[in-house]
Design a protein around this ligand. Structure first.
Ligand SMILES: C[S@@+](CC[C@H](N)C(=O)[O-])C[C@H]1O[C@@H](n2cnc3c(N)ncnc32)[C@H](O)[C@@H]1O
Length: 379
């Protein structure tokens, strides 16, 4: 268990720097930032801790082999000969293959993934006369192939499904933020420090409640991976259940301590009654409903909650391309600026806009805005 391995944590573009800091906090060694991810070193326990606690990563990959492959047939031959796949999965297990590549790669991604899958099942057939089956949604083992020019990296995906799927959100409003992007927005807005001082958080256009739920999990020291039912590492043949269970037990204790004696600290409003019902169901699934006060309320009636003189207003307003008409948004942003100015003296505010030109931001009084964040292209 004390062997050291190299891992790669993938993340949305633009989140690398804060993922790097998060990994240091999770005791990852020698983190190294690159585009859309961070390499790090550590034991299996380190990787398990990152799978359980990372609020920002999408996937935790464990590279098995690197090699040059100029054609899909090269890829097939190397994957079949270089890795002993029976070390990682049982003959009667299930398998999925993901293929990603940088722009310089010429392979057709679907065909390349198929060749890698063929290589693995052909190795099993040759050795045991039997082969694993394919399950693209909930496989026992997910294999990741990444090509950078002609260099291939074959990895095991320890996360299985993307880590942004915490398990609390079945219903997602009409333009929900991904959970790890919401966590990144909160970190950039300085929420972890405000939370340490017992601050309040309010989202006046909360949609499905993603920002509120991620904020509450940070404030209460709740591991984002605790609610996930399936993780890639659990079905891996070399999985160490004792190490995993110790980490889970510790996370449960931390959650109990984190929520003990806490009252309502979070406020979520939205003009759409149906979305508020969805947000309540999501909060209930996350076990956080008792700490969040949801109300169906239009922005133009927004006031600061009486319980707190300071805190963070965080908001991801609708934007032209995905919801509503651009013209209507100008008055919405103006209203937001006015409400912040009139009712939230002493508070901090952060507005996350997906509009690349951010043409409405000048409708909000700049003096009141702690940070104006823009969505990255793949956010
Ligand atoms: C981009 S969505 C927010 C998504 C949310 N961050 C999530 O992850 O689900 C914007 C939300 O603003 C709400 N909204 C639009 N106009 C509003 C208004 N005038 N007052 C309050 N909420 C409004 C919409 O109903 C929608 O849920």
């Amino acid at each position: 268990m004390s062997d050291t391995f190299t891992f790669f944590a993938t993340c949305p573009k633009g989140v690398e720097e804060i993922l790097y800091q998060e990994l240091i906090g999770l005791r990852a060694r020698k983190p190294k930032q690159t585009k859309a991810g961070v390499h790090f070193k550590g034991t299996l326990e380190t990787a398990y801790r990152v799978c359980l606690w990372s609020r920002l990563a999408n996937r935790i990959l464990m590279p098995l082999e690197h090699f040059m492959a100029g054609t899909p047939d090269d890829l097939y031959n190397r994957v079949r000969s270089l890795v002993n796949w029976h070390d990682h999965m049982e003959t009667d297990g299930t398998l999925a293959v993901d293929f990603t590549a940088d722009r310089s790669n010429r392979f057709h991604s679907h065909y390349a993934a198929l060749r890698v899958k063929d290589a693995i099942v052909d190795q099993f057939n040759e050795r045991f006369g039997k082969r694993p089956s394919i399950d693209t949604s909930k496989p026992d083992i997910r294999v990741n192939v990444h090509m950078k020019q002609d260099r291939a990296t074959i990895s095991l995906d320890l996360s299985g499904d993307s880590l942004h799927k915490r398990g609390y959100r079945v219903e997602g409003g009409s333009a929900p933020l991904k959970e790890n992007l919401a966590a990144a927005i909160l970190i950039r807005a300085g929420w972890p420090d405000i939370a340490k001082k017992g601050g309040t958080l309010l989202d006046p256009m909360c949609g499905s409640g993603t920002l509120l739920l991620e904020a509450a999990m940070m404030a209460f020291d709740i591991a984002p991976g605790l609610g996930r039912k399936c993780l890639g590492l659990l079905k891996w043949k070399q999985h160490d259940q004792v190490v995993w269970q110790n980490l889970v037990n510790e996370a449960i204790e931390r959650e109990e301590r984190g929520t003990e004696g806490k009252n309502v600290l979070f406020f979520g409003f939205d003009a759409d009654k149906q979305i508020i019902t969805q947000a309540e169901s999501n909060a209930s699934r996350a076990g956080l409903l008792e700490f969040i006060q949801f109300n169906c309320r239009d922005l133009d009636t927004l006031k600061a909650p009486g319980i707190s003189e300071s805190g963070l207003v965080i908001v991801n307003p609708p934007y032209g391309k995905r919801m509503g008409e651009k013209e209507a948004l100008e008055s919405l942003y103006r209203c937001l600026g006015e409400r912040l100015k009139e009712c939230f003296s002493g508070w901090q505010a952060s507005v996350f806009t997906a509009d690349p030109e951010s043409r409405y931001m000048n409708k909000i009084s700049p003096g009141r805005i702690l940070s104006e964040q823009k969505r990255t292209p793949n956010g």
